[in-house]
Design a protein around this ligand. Structure first.
Ligand SMILES: [Zn+2]
Length: 279
């Protein structure tokens, strides 16, 4: 079995390589062809330089850094937006202040009018005091249900052009007629929104009558109600109504001592309207 011939001993490197004299430079011999190569290399270099410069100028270093990373892994911190122009995005929604829900307006009849407290009975019972006590209860009850409510005076400056989901003015009838009992509800004579206001009136009539047990005193709906000044001050599109909650003589017990019930009847009428119930 013959052995393979041993590999030829490796020659020692020529120790003179560092110092030996070079042969005449071949570059000179390659002539114009080598010049062309250098020119092309220069152009490529410039192109790369331009590309890098442009990219850096765009501030998108990640795209440059990515292929240069030794493991071809783009560091997470460098995965930044691409170099191509981003399309114009839709404008960031700005917080436009949206108007809050419209309030409910409750007028306490004669409140704030020092010249006219409304009806006065027996020298001490003033209509304005009854109206205000009931109105305050209505406001509190509606607020407890989460509705924004304004308690308004008879000639409240806010009533000019007042916009509301509904406006109800609370009054009580005089004590001139001992036999008179009952309540009344009316809207403005010439309504801009007759169907809406008729619906508000219907809700108030049905709910208030059911809650208090008072009859509807239809015969005494007067121009004082249908031409009530507040109706001409508020925005024509604000549904408005005036309610006379009872007579201060025959219905006194109810109006003075069961004001929560009186207020509840009004609240239920307003809620019937707001919530679209069948009157
Ligand atoms: Zn009145």
């Amino acid at each position: 079995m013959s052995r393979k011939p041993m590999a030829r001993p490796m020659a020692y490197p020529d120790r003179s390589w560092g110092t030996r004299s070079r042969a005449p430079s071949p570059r000179r011999e390659r002539g114009p062809r080598w010049g062309m190569v250098r020119l092309l290399a220069g152009l490529v270099f410039l192109a790369v330089l331009f590309g890098v410069g442009y990219t850096l100028w765009r501030g998108k270093t990640a795209i440059v850094a990515a292929p240069l990373h030794p493991f071809g892994i783009v560091p997470v911190s460098l995965t930044l937006p691409p170099i191509w122009p981003t399309p114009p995005s839709s404008p960031t929604p700005t917080a436009i202040p949206t108007p809050g829900p419209l309030p409910i307006g409750i007028v306490a009849g004669h409140w704030g009018d020092n010249n006219d407290p409304g009806a006065v009975c027996d020298g001490w019972l003033r209509e304005v005091d009854v109206n205000l006590a009931v109105a305050q209860r209505v406001v509190e009850a509606l607020r407890r249900k989460g509705y924004p409510v304004d308690l308004l005076k008879e000639f409240d400056p806010r009533l000019k052009g007042y916009r509301a989901r509904a406006l109800v003015s609370i009054h009580a009838d005089a004590c001139l007629y001992p036999e008179a009992t009952g309540f009344k509800v009316a809207r403005v004579e010439e309504s801009a929104i007759p169907h809406v206001e008729d619906y508000l009136v219907a809700c108030l009539v049905r709910r208030y009558g059911a809650r208090t047990g008072l009859p509807f005193h239809e015969g005494s709906v007067t121009p004082d109600m249908t031409q009530y000044h507040t109706f001409y001050e508020i925005d024509p599109n604000t549904p408005g109504a005036i309610i006379e909650i009872g007579f201060l003589l025959a219905d006194r017990e109810l109006l003075l001592h069961r004001q929560d019930l009186v207020a509840q009847g009004i609240v239920e009428g307003i809620l019937c309207f707001l919530e679209g119930e069948t009157p």
